[in-house]
Unconditional design. Structure first.
Length: 275
């Protein structure tokens, strides 16, 4: 679980000049790690970023949720790792529950029952190898892991199973002017900070206007039905991105990863009592 320096030399046939440079493998990221480095170590905590592949208004990429989950987890894991936490980030699951968006082109749906199967297989490996602390880091509102973790907790009683939704970590009203929940000011700002090369010019940004069912109990948040996406929004967005800026995204990202990094560290170090 150490940072490994990898040195690369480029020699020219002339023998006169050569370049030598190095980069650091991030050993808390499984996809960058290797058997040589990992075989004698055992992390305390495994983190699984989980996103979705779906349209985000006209202007953000289909991979928005995956980029958000991955970048937040990588930065937060680095913070915890540098404080001495032993943790490993598993590869991101790129598909989420999109059952309400079947008629939006190439929105890929993974049913909750499929998610349960994936989780069972991943957790079985961790359980067998004694990596008992597990966290799903979720970036997609359609994913609901609580009932799945309840069921898996019965099957794997030695495992500590947990889930965090990144968009609930901070109060968005402290950072953004207009609230929303999909391709909104927050997500657009975040993507302008993380991957500005994948954000279309502002002239393409839709208004993200949501059409609601005219029944007050939905607004009181105790009556729920799944939204049929193409009926509630014309541009696939919910929440106006108009006032999004890179600066807002950067500030939100820094505060968010500091808090999440602290949570990762505490999850590794805290005595859970029954583990
Ligand atoms: Zn999103």
């Amino acid at each position: 679980m150490n940072d490994n320096a990898i040195f690369v030399q480029i020699k020219y046939f002339s023998g006169i000049k050569f370049f030598k440079f190095c980069f650091f493998m991030r050993s808390y990221i499984l996809a960058e790690n290797n058997w040589h480095n990992l075989k004698d170590s055992k992390p305390d905590l495994a983190i699984l970023p989980w996103g979705a592949t779906e349209a985000h208004n006209y202007h953000l990429p289909y991979s928005t949720d995956n980029i958000e989950a991955e970048e937040i987890v990588y930065r937060s894991a680095e913070i915890a790792f540098k404080r001495g936490a032993k943790l490993i980030v598993l590869p991101t699951i790129p598909f989420g529950v999109n059952t309400g968006q079947t008629d939006i082109l190439l929105n890929i749906n993974l049913n909750p029952s499929t998610q349960l199967s994936i989780l069972k297989d991943v957790i079985q490996v961790l359980d067998r190898q004694g990596i008992q602390r597990f966290l799903i880091f979720n970036s997609h509102g359609g994913n609901d892991f609580k009932p799945l973790l309840r069921e898996l907790g019965l099957q794997f009683p030695k495992m500590f199973l947990s889930v965090a939704d990144f968009y609930k970590v901070l109060d968005k009203r402290d950072y953004f002017d207009i609230d929303g929940d999909h391709a909104d000011e927050m997500e657009t700002s975040l993507m302008l900070h993380l991957r500005p090369d994948l954000v279309l010019d502002k002239k393409y940004w839709g208004k993200g206007k949501e059409k609601k069912i005219n029944l007050k109990y939905f607004d009181e948040n105790w009556l729920w039905t799944e939204r049929k996406w193409s009926k509630v929004t014309s541009d696939t967005g919910i929440g106006n991105p108009e006032f999004a800026t890179r600066e807002k995204g950067e500030k939100y990202f820094l505060d968010l990863t500091e808090k999440v990094g602290d949570m990762f560290y505490e999850l590794c170090k805290t005595d859970m009592g029954y583990l």
